[in-house]
Design a protein around this ligand. Structure first.
Ligand code: SAM
Length: 249
């Protein structure tokens, strides 16, 4: 049988496509890509002309069996997304899970992922972290979603679009308070790469006064819940429980 290669592509800087990734992409029978036009443009930079097939959120159910068939027939294929590592807030899970379930070989070709790239240079604790992907788009759902991770001690990593970053910072400030350090990692590996550090309100003020800081792609990192914060939350729930007990007949 063939091999399914899960290949990371650059998140900005074209120099970040590894020689191994280039070789695999040039040698496979076909590349399953989220957006074939984007990928064609990327591959053209390296002179790679392999066959491209569309594989995205809307056709994965029909494409998965077709790709598996080709693997079973002995062809090796690569899976890429528009940027970074496939499956990380990108399509591919259905295909990789199905290939594994059939006992087909799946080989990762590692490279950039915005989440890890941001964490590695943020200055926030990196020994433990929780990747959350994109927050819900409405404020009500976003606040519930943030409340569910309020006591997580590891650094929180979120993807957010420039369009919604101010709203999300606002919800972060409401739900997690003003004591935590945040980092916005913007335009990673690109010309205007920037790291902004501060509390939620400091970052809101910064983004409001400097609209340039609201452009492009960004990762939000939030310091985890500290021991003193979780002790305080624990003490508060005990206080409330006591009050409830006293009020009961
Ligand atoms: N699979 C990708 C990865 O491994 O990083 C992530 C894909 S997700 C659809 C796109 C989001 O990743 C963007 O909205 C942004 O939050 C983040 N992102 C991607 N490239 C970035 C960059 N160069 N700088 C900052 N954030 C980036």
């Amino acid at each position: 049988t063939g091999v399914l290669y899960v290949v990371a592509t650059p998140i900005g800087n074209l120099g970040d496509l590894s020689p191994r990734a280039r070789q695999v992409l040039a040698e496979v029978a076909a590349i399953a890509a989220e957006d074939t036009r984007d990928t064609r443009r990327l591959l053209a930079q390296y002179g790679i002309t392999s066959e491209l097939i569309a594989y995205h959120d809307h056709n994965e159910a029909t494409m998965t069996p077709q790709i598996l068939e080709r693997l079973v027939a002995g062809q090796s294929l690569a899976l890429v997304s528009d940027a970074g590592t496939p499956l990380i807030s990108d399509p591919g899970y259905t295909l990789v899970a199905a290939a594994r379930a059939q006992g087909l070989p799946v080989v990762p070709i590692p490279g950039a992922s915005a989440a890890i790239c941001a964490l590695s240079a943020s200055g926030l604790p990196s020994d433990r972290f929780l990747f959350l992907g994109f927050p819900p788009r409405t404020s009500v759902r976003r606040r519930t979603w943030l409340a569910a991770v309020a006591s997580e001690p590891g650094t929180l990593i979120l993807y957010e679009s420039a369009k919604r970053v101010l709203e999300t910072l606002h919800d972060l400030s409401v739900v997690l308070g003003e004591t935590r350090r945040l980092v916005i990692a913007r335009e990673l590996t690109k010309q205007f790469e920037t790291f902004l550090l501060g509390t939620a309100s400091e970052l809101i003020a910064r983004l409001e006064s400097d609209p340039e800081q609201r452009l492009g792609e960004m990762v939000l990192l939030v310091e985890g819940c500290s021991a003193s914060e979780s002790d305080a939350a624990h003490a508060e729930s005990i206080r409330v429980l006591r009050l409830l007990c006293e009020a009961m007949p």
